[in-house]
Write a protein that binds this ligand. Structure first.
Ligand code: BES
Ligand code: ZN
Length: 458
């Protein structure tokens, strides 16, 4: 291990230079104009996997963006880990809120800033460098390793489930490892054992059959923007509960033990509010913020538009109004069922003054992973060695829908080994990865591969 640690130490600068190259590629999966960039990024990943010593590197085409596969299957009788990550990123907009250019990685203080620095390019790169440092020093990995890095995670992984179904044998493993989440806090490494699910909807209201002069018609026709606002504001009651009938039917309630374990975590509601710049927090009555985000279903309006939004004033009563509304789900809820409940409810509450269309954009189920497995035990040891700190157990509010599909299709459990931070600005301007997390993450990953191999020895 000493040799590997000193190798990591003496290659730090090169690691950051290489990561900077990867972060330069604007692989925004949701924007058609970035299709070539996404493909370039897949090529870059494939080439890099070859450089670090991975074998059978292949770019698998899909209907959308490609999936990169590589493996190292030379250690007979040792366990196999399937590492999953994504090379696509969220759009960089709004660009003027970035302190430095989003695709030009910049170090300020102890962080490296760029789109994808944490979610997820920086975190997959942690593993690439862990693998490199083992192979360059010892010539072989302590276990068998398969890697898939996809390019459509941020748009709901529309082609991944099929890929997994069609390549069951190729993807067979003893454990799935994902680094695409956060530690509990700086210097507080954690194991995440639950993610929320998601249902993402779009609503379109049409009022009059064309845009109208707001003076000539205002007052006689229901403005669809107003109608949409009235509908959206009725989706929560005064206790912050969602009003869609039967929405909570299948929710798996928190146990007393789990609620108690949340209370013991080093978390201050006051500091949380202050960090976010809000005077008061908001949410479902009767639950703490951690409970609300980690273990309760929620509904958010992600965007709302219609009418005139350009410079200056325009007096118009618009024909149409739109909203994007998503619901985070918890274990036992079905994303499809919730989409249907949402659609029916919105159609029911739409006033007769407008016509409504409801579309489902994507969805995925919430996950709970076991915390007493060999994989988690190895991860705990690895994190404690890599960070020199005790590990906490936590849930997360975000979603990685493939976790549940891996379990269903491959019958394999996932370990979520996150190296991000809760304030890393994922999906927002000034996304960063903490450099300490990056380098300790590499060490932790090295330890993990050895520990997990060892856990199969007797
Ligand atoms: N890395 C996140 C998932 C995540 C976020 C895990 C926060 C833990 C904490 C992932 O890249 C992501 O953003 N996923 C989407 C999923 C969606 C597009 C299906 C999400 O959660 O919005
Ligand atoms: Zn991610």
């Amino acid at each position: 291990m000493k040799q590997i640690l000193s190798y990591i130490e003496s290659n730090k600068k090169r690691y950051l230079n290489e990561l900077t190259e990867l972060l330069k590629i604007p692989s925004v999966s949701s924007q058609p104009k970035r299709k070539d960039d996404v493909l370039n990024c897949a090529n870059w990943i494939a080439e890099h996997l070859k450089t670090i010593g991975m074998e059978n590197v292949k770019i698998h085409k899909t209907k959308g963006h490609p999936i990169v596969y590589a493996d190292y299957l030379k250690t007979n009788g040792k366990p196999t880990v399937l590492f999953y990550g994504h090379y696509d990123v969220q759009p960089e907009e709004p660009i003027d809120l970035w302190t430095s250019q989003p695709f030009d990685a910049t170090i300020r203080g102890e962080n490296l800033y760029a789109r994808g620095a944490a979610d997820d390019k920086g975190q997959i790169f942690i593993h690439f460098k862990a693998i490199e440092s083992i192979l360059k020093n010892y010539g072989e990995l302590p276990l068998n390793l398969k890697i898939i890095i996809e390019g459509e995670e941020e748009v709901g992984s529309p082609n991944l489930e099929n890929f997994v179904k069609q390549n069951k044998q190729m993807l067979k493993s003893d454990l799935i490892l994902i680094s695409d989440s956060s530690m509990f806090a700086k210097d507080v490494p954690s194991i995440c054992y639950s993610l929320r699910g998601l249902t993402y909807m779009e609503v379109e209201l049409t009022g009059p059959n064309r845009d109208l002069h707001s003076g000539s018609f205002g007052g006689s026709v229901h403005n669809p923007i107003q109608a949409l606002c009235e509908m959206i504001s009725s989706l929560h009651d005064k206790n912050g509960k969602i009003t869609i009938p039967n929405f909570y039917n299948d929710v798996l309630s928190l146990t007393k033990e789990e609620r108690n374990s949340f209370v013991k975590l080093p978390f201050s509601e006051k500091k949380y509010a202050k960090d976010l710049g809000v005077k008061e927090l908001y949410g479902e009555k009767g639950y703490s913020s951690l409970e609300r985000v980690w273990a309760r279903p929620t509904l958010e309006c992600n965007g709302i538009w219609g009418g005139y939004t350009g410079d200056g004033a325009k007096t118009v009563l618009p024909s149409k109004a739109f909203a994007k509304i998503s619901m985070r789900l918890v274990p036992n809820q079905s994303s499809k069922k919730i989409a249907k409940l949402f659609e029916n409810h919105l159609k029911k509450i739409a006033p007769k003054t407008v016509q409504i269309k409801v579309r489902s954009l994507h969805g995925g189920e919430a996950a709970i992973t076991p915390i007493d497995s060999n994989g988690v035990k190895s991860a705990v040891i690895a994190l404690e060695k890599g960070f020199g700190k005790k590990v906490l157990y936590q849930r997360e509010g975000g979603s990685i829908p493939i976790v549940v599909q891996f379990k269903k299709i491959l019958k394999t459990d996932t370990v979520l080994l996150g190296f991000g931070l809760p304030d890393e600005n994922a999906h927002a301007p000034n996304e960063f990865i903490n450099l300490n997390n990056f380098f300790n993450g590499i060490k932790t990953s090295v330890y993990f591969y050895y520990e997990f191999a060892k856990s199969f020895e007797n």
